[in-house]
Design a protein around this ligand. Structure first.
Ligand code: BEZ
Ligand code: FE
Length: 312
């Protein structure tokens, strides 16, 4: 009987939009939103409203919890500025960014290299660097890393002329824009694949790092007793007109947080092979241990487009 009354209430409300019961709210809102000229907007917002309303009913959201949630949203906005994007970070630590990334990439079988998060630290206009050059732009202590990467199409043919943007954290786990001790654009560089699809560069072995925890994302991690670490990785963005832009990361295989990335970004194929070098290093000034890293990226034909940079 109660269900029948609720259904009648919902039906009446659709005519007048006057709410009789909590059950009536959802169909009324969906009705109010159903006439947008943009069909995709209608589809996305209808699903969003259905899921949000179902979520509130599912957990019987209290008014105090609702206020807490709104406060967190406000603080996410307030914590976002030119050099930090808390909205991206919050989406990352709840696995939403990785979900959207995997939903939108790797659809065509196993041909292209798995995509991974752009993350909040990509900057446009990283310095063009000649093949074989170094992305160390200020003194950065740590094991030297010599990277040799190749970009091919799904049939294994080299793709020449791909712009490959590389960025990484330092061996103490900080990106240059987080660390006043590093030069502008340190550990960032843009390379162009040669006729054999190859790029090579010198860097330092990156370290894992905690994501920033001074905002709502950090509050959530603490409340859930989760560590804030990402395993060490290098970021790559491959761009060439005619090919689907590849945004990915390759992870250092000996990192202690490889299996518990705070942002759920590790895909098995993206675990790299970082080999400790033996004998003389490729360059004479190297002191101490050094590493070699080789990787083959596969790009598919498709649309080349750059994401909006999360920071300047
Ligand atoms: C990153 O890989 O740079 C990153 C990704 C998600 C959150 C924080 C950092
Ligand atoms: Fe990163």
């Amino acid at each position: 009987m109660a269900a029948k009354e609720a259904a009648v209430g919902a039906e009446q409300a659709l005519r007048s939009h006057i709410i009789e019961t909590q059950e009536a709210v959802t169909p009324v809102v969906l009705d109010a939103m159903s006439r947008a000229p943009n069909a995709r907007l209608t589809e996305v917002m209808a699903s969003f409203v259905r899921h949000m309303h179902a979520f509130a009913r599912d957990v019987r959201l209290t008014e105090e919890e609702f206020e807490l949630g709104l406060d967190a949203l406000n603080r996410i906005g307030q914590a976002t500025n030119d050099s930090h994007n808390e909205a991206v970070l919050f989406s990352d630590v709840i696995g939403f960014s990785t979900l959207v990334c995997l939903l939108n990439n790797g659809q065509n079988g196993a041909t292209e290299t798995a995509a991974a998060l752009l993350g909040p630290f990509w900057r446009m206009h990283s310095p063009a660097t000649p093949n074989g050059g170094s992305i160390i732009r200020s003194e950065t202590p740590g094991p030297a890393l010599f990277a040799n990467c190749r970009v091919t199409d799904p049939d294994g043919r080299p793709i020449a002329g791909v712009e490959v943007d590389v960025w990484q954290a330092s061996p103490v786990g900080l990106y240059e824009n987080q660390d006043p001790g590093q030069a502008e654009m340190n550990l960032r560089g843009k390379f162009t694949t040669d006729a054999t699809g190859c790029i090579a560069f010198r860097s330092v072995k990156p370290a894992g790092y905690p994501v920033p925890t001074d905002g709502p994302a950090g509050d959530l991690l603490r409340a859930q007793q989760r560590h804030p670490y990402r395993p060490a990785h290098l970021h790559f963005l491959g761009f060439k007109p005619g090919y689907k832009t590849l945004i990915t990361q390759v992870f250092v295989d000996d990192d202690q947080h490889l299996e518990s990335d705070v942002v759920f970004g590790v895909t098995r194929h993206l675990i790299g092979d970082f080999r400790l070098g033996t004998g003389p290093a490729p360059e004479p000034d190297v002191e101490g241990p050094w590493y070699l890293f080789d990787y083959v990226f596969v790009m598919e034909p498709g649309e080349a487009k750059l994401p909006a940079p999360p920071i300047r």
